[in-house]
Design a protein around this ligand. Structure first.
Ligand SMILES: NC(=O)c1ccc[n+]([C@@H]2O[C@H](COP(=O)([O-])OP(=O)(O)OC[C@H]3O[C@@H](n4cnc5c(N)ncnc54)[C@H](O)[C@@H]3O)[C@@H](O)[C@H]2O)c1
Length: 500
């Protein structure tokens, strides 16, 4: 392949044209008018200039790349182009019109790909005489930086078309994952619980946006908290994608938007672009960023009161090593710390000698070893017990967030819901386990793929958190994926095991 066509010179189209020309391909870039074409070319040149400034491109290479891009306002010029990527606005009627025209103009062998994020590839293909040669090629923004492409097979897309699209993605320096044409594909579907559960935690009064963001970053290693991310993406876009996935799944409760999203959009609190969302901004600068770690690696003094630990051998080992005064008898302890991702503190306290001295914490395996621990007093917990619990974690060099006693706490709930959605996508054959994990690591920068995360925490623990959430809230959105339940029964992991 020597030449590609790109339809639409906006944010995505100009990025695709840039990476195409950088990969040595001739690129023909189309838009409806001079202004968007000029803006697109200016964006590409600014991108190339930055690469020259950073020493990643020489001036000669830059000139050669620029020279490989030509522009047109006439779709007829795509007559002899063998691969075309469409990146026009996300409107079905518009995409159908473009594909019908390209179908008449282009040779019978040409492949027509769409960069749609949310529309049905099958529906776009259906109006052409070559549905087998229509495919989704879903890039991520900004295209030159983001490594992922979802190659989306419509109901009639041929294996050969998917193969050639994958080949082009690799040529452009991207990692391609194979995805079935289903609402949201992999990334925009599996990522839904991240903002979705964060909004529910806030709406249910469990924690504030700042606390949830700190827990996600310091407690689980996400690069951005869900509220920071909503502000970056824009509340209007987040709400629109959420609604679209919800409607396309015929109102599946897992995807139901939260009233807070509608409220924020009505208030024009869209995030960075309006200067205020969940946080306030001065241009691109976040004015009230969530704090980083204070105690991590910098342990506070050892509290003297006696301690009994329930349900977390990792914490017990850490406490012993640090020299905290431990007791085996909960009745004799000043503080009873209970691992509370699979039952609320209030429930756990009911079966212990003195509920006033019981405090829950989030400690599913591995999570307690991170920088921040969630501390959740129950309804009957005394304030001194909560202070004591916070002092214990600070003495172990961990930061804390004191939150309300809610099912699954913050991090266990976020990870379990992400893993559950990934499990549904796997069960439904949307993509393989490894492609789902790759898509989430590269498409949204997750620290781990949700399925490998589930394996690390233990599928049985993930199932336990979801069962608890469903039982405690009575909500169907938490029903565990049948595949997850089967794997737990079989004692098998998601990756490398029977699920593959
Ligand atoms: N922005 C993102 O983060 C992102 C990520 C992945 C996929 N996408 C998808 O990529 C596509 C483009 O998104 P974008 O963000 O680049 O939009 P954009 O608004 O930046 O660009 C769209 C371009 O299409 C042009 N256009 C308008 N009518 C046209 C027509 N009839 N034929 C050809 N071009 C036309 C516009 O002039 C504009 O230059 C959409 O389908 C979107 O869902 C966007």
């Amino acid at each position: 392949m020597k030449r590609i066509g790109v339809v639409g010179a906006g944010a995505m189209g100009s990025g695709i044209a840039q990476v195409g020309a950088q990969a040595g391909l001739e690129v023909l870039l189309y838009d409806v008018a001079d202004k968007p074409l000029e803006a697109g070319v200016a964006r590409i040149r600014a991108g190339l200039d930055r690469l020259v400034e950073r020493g990643k491109l020489s001036a000669e290479e830059r000139a050669a790349i620029d020279g490989r891009i030509s522009t047109t306002k006439t779709l007829g010029d795509f007559l002899d182009v063998e691969f075309i990527v469409e990146a026009a606005p996300e409107v079905m009627a518009l995409k159908k019109e473009i594909f019908q025209k390209l179908d008449h103009i282009c040779s019978r062998t040409a492949i027509l790909a769409t960069n749609t994020s949310s529309l049905s590839v099958t529906e776009i293909a259906e109006l052409t005489d070559r549905p087998d040669r229509v495919c989704g090629m879903h890039f991520f923004n900004p295209v030159p930086l983001m490594k992922l492409v979802e190659v989306v097979r419509g109901a009639q897309t041929s294996g050969e078309t998917a193969r050639r699209t994958t080949e082009l993605a690799s040529r452009l320096g991207k990692t391609a994952v194979q995805v079935k044409d289903t609402p949201g594909f992999v990334v925009n579907r599996v990522a839904r619980p991240f903002p979705g559960e964060a909004l529910r935690l806030l709406g249910d009064g469990v924690a504030s946006p700042r606390q949830i963001d700190r827990a996600a970053k310091l407690g689980a290693g996400f690069r951005m908290g869900p509220f920071e991310l909503m502000d970056l993406v824009g509340m209007d876009i987040n709400f629109a994608v959420n609604r679209s996935v919800f409607e396309q799944f015929f109102y599946e409760p897992r995807f139901r938007p939260h009233p807070l999203q509608a409220q924020m959009v009505k208030a024009n609190r869209l995030g960075r672009k309006t200067g205020a969302g969940w946080y306030r901004y001065d241009g691109d600068r976040l004015l009230d960023a969530p704090d980083g770690a204070v105690f991590y690696g910098n342990p506070g003094p050892l509290p003297t009161g006696t301690l009994h630990i329930v349900g977390d051998p990792t914490l017990l080992a850490l406490a012993r090593e640090a020299g905290l005064p431990l007791t085996d008898d909960p009745a004799a302890a000043d503080l009873v710390l209970v691992e509370a991702s699979r039952l609320t503190t209030t429930e756990a306290a009911a079966s212990l000698p003195d509920p006033a001295r019981v405090v829950g914490f989030g400690g599913i395996p591995g999570v307690v070893l991170r920088q921040l621990v969630e501390v959740a007093p129950g309804l009957q917990t005394a304030p001194e017990a909560t202070e004591h619990a916070v002092a214990v974690f600070h003495a172990l060099g961990r930061d804390t967030e004191v939150i309300q006693d809610g099912p699954g706490l913050i991090v266990p709930r976020l990870i379990a819901c992400l893993a559950n959605e990934a499990a549904f996508a796997l069960m439904e054959g949307v993509a393989s386990a490894s492609d789902i994990d790759t898509a989430m690591r590269l498409g949204v920068n997750y620290p781990r793929g949700p399925l490998e995360w589930a394996d690390e925490l233990g599928p049985a623990n993930v199932l336990g958190i979801l069962d608890h959430l469903q039982r405690f809230t009575g909500e169907d959105r938490y029903r565990p994926c049948p595949l997850l339940r089967k794997l737990v029964l079989a004692g098998s992991p998601f990756t490398g095991g029977a699920a593959r």
